[in-house]
Ligand binder design. Structure first.
Ligand SMILES: C[S@@+](CC[C@H](N)C(=O)[O-])C[C@H]1O[C@@H](n2cnc3c(N)ncnc32)[C@H](O)[C@@H]1O
Length: 314
């Protein structure tokens, strides 16, 4: 097992190669399987490949987050079983006093809530509410769903997890953090969320894993807080882009330490800026969806288009 590396591959396969009790902390967020529960799940959704080098258009009839090589549309039983396996492996590689922070949501579909019940097969130490304070789900038949869960899971029922609340940025079980709109990756962690987990449950040089690494936020926060990181990510392009982001952070911090140049508060740019601005989303609307699509469009334009240079066609 190598540290300060993002492994490319399926997390379950890669995790199986790691030794028992080798990781201090895991902070992670799987794809939520929203695609399965979306209204248009049975349609041929016609995604083009998510390849920034030669593809500029994502076509979809459904409103799903698209991760490229991963299809976020799995039979729910298979999905839950796979998540159980992943959590089981995570707990195997976790040290006795380690913590797993596992982010998930309630999916609202067909006037019911699908709760991530599989987490309760494991020793959930505490349920943390991430209050995002806004939502892209504008469906008028629900209260706005503005929260997500972070399940704090420990290795065994009576584990004594390493924890120091004095180091917390958020010291209650409600963390109010806006989504990271600077990061154009679909569904990234805000850095503060990861930082709260890292500061309270690890020491410098400890090893932190994110087995659904995505844009590499967990690794980036490790680089900023002097922890060792390990990422696992299925999509090779995301691995490449996350590595660029981390290298930029590392060279910047070296620069700052070396000659006293103050850090640029805005960072030195996310590789996602170049990546995502080339994408055009075409949504083929149906009459029953048109109101929601329109509202969603307004919200996206307000929150993203000008800032992110993403062109959205409806
Ligand atoms: C919700 S995103 C994670 C975002 C991440 N927390 C961040 O801050 O950018 C989920 C990621 O899991 C990846 N993924 C999906 N299935 C996977 C698997 N079996 N193994 C590893 N990564 C996977 C997707 O490509 C996607 O990048």
């Amino acid at each position: 097992m190598e540290t300060n590396k993002i492994y490319q591959g399926d997390c379950l396969e890669v995790l199986k190669t790691f030794p028992d009790e080798s990781i201090n902390l895991i902070v992670t967020s799987p794809p939520y399987n929203k695609g399965f529960w979306s209204k248009n799940r049975n349609m041929n959704n016609g995604f083009k490949s998510f390849n920034h080098k030669n593809s500029t258009t994502i076509k979809t009839k459904s409103r799903r987050i698209e991760y490229g090589v991963y299809d976020d549309k799995v039979n729910p039983k298979e999905y839950a079983d796979n998540q159980r396996e992943v959590i089981k492996e995570c707990l195997r590689v976790l040290k006795k006093d380690g913590s797993l922070f596992y982010n998930h949501i309630d999916i609202l579909s067909e006037h019911q809530t699908k709760h991530p019940v599989w987490v309760y097969d494991f020793p959930v130490k505490q349920v943390i509410i991430w209050n995002r304070k806004n939502t892209p789900k504008l469906d008028k038949s629900y209260f706005f769903p503005i929260t997500e869960y972070i399940f704090w899971i420990q290795k065994e029922d009576k584990s004594r997890t390493k924890f120091n609340r004095k180091k917390a940025i958020f010291n209650s079980n409600v963390w109010e953090i806006n989504p990271d709109v600077k990061n154009k990756f679909p569904a990234p962690f805000p850095e503060e969320l990861v930082k709260n987990c890292i500061l309270t449950t690890t020491d410098e040089k400890d090893i932190v894993l994110d087995c659904y690494s995505g844009s590499g936020t967990t690794a980036l926060v490790c680089a900023k807080t002097d922890r060792k990181y390990i990422g696992i990510e299925l999509n090779p392009e995301f691995v490449e882009l996350a590595n660029i982001k981390i290298q930029k952070e590392l060279s910047q911090s070296k620069l700052n330490n070396g000659n006293g140049i103050p850090p640029n508060p805005k960072g030195i740019g996310y590789p996602w800026d170049d990546y995502m601005k080339k994408i055009i989303i075409e949504i083929e609307t149906e009459s029953e969806d048109s109101l929601i699509i329109k509202e969603l469009g307004r919200w996206l334009n307000e929150n993203f288009v000008n800032k992110a240079n993403i062109k959205i066609e409806w």
